[in-house]
Design a protein around this ligand. Sequence first.
Ligand code: CDP
Length: 223
Amino acid sequence: MECIIITIDGASSTGKSSLAKAIAKHYGFKHIDSGAMYRALTFYAQDYNLLSDHKFDVETLIARLPTIDIDFTKKDSIMLNGQIIEDEVRSMEVSNKVSLVAKEPQFRQFMVAKQRQLGAKGNVVMDGRDIGSVVFPNATIKFFLEASMEVRTNRRYAELIEKGEPVSIGEVQANIAKRDYIDSNRDDSPLIVPENAIVLSNDKEGMSGLFALATAEIDKRLL
Ligand code: CDP
């Protein structure tokens, strides 16, 4: 059977993961949230005191990479060295530092290798920033998701409040804007619209409209 890989890239909180989950469920595919992998490494660095507001010990984190196992459970929850850390990785503390970790080429190489391994068997929907451009440039079908700053901020704010995280809307917007800047301007695999990607807007469609558009495109390729 053909090895089907669907990629969804886009900036923070555009709805990539929600769309990826819905598509994966519809086709019975695995969903890999590559952002959760960078978040897991950031959580590790913070937990082991290698990363704080005052320091980032990149060298020690690089040296520890062979001892760090980042994987997903059968139900697609993120695991760090065998422990599920799905809630921990979504905290503002992690969001505030993850782009600093993700811009380092050595950490990107580590993640890209793991992502290719996770996607090797196919039947996978993977979302992130560089999935269609770098990780799987020959994917079966690529999407790029856009949304206005207002929609993105409101989405993320509602998610965090529902989880009981005490954030302000200003803090959420500042974090999204800062990550946009770092993710789009880094030297190694910056956020771009991958070649041949279908660009979808969450502003115009909303999630059910996006799902309908995306599955129609996928069905065209699969039939
Ligand atoms: O949930 P949200 O869309 O805000 O972000 P995420 O997908 O969880 O990604 C968190 C961070 O990881 C991003 O801001 C990027 O810095 C980094 N990332 C990346 O560099 N490459 C990827 N393929 C995925 C995420």
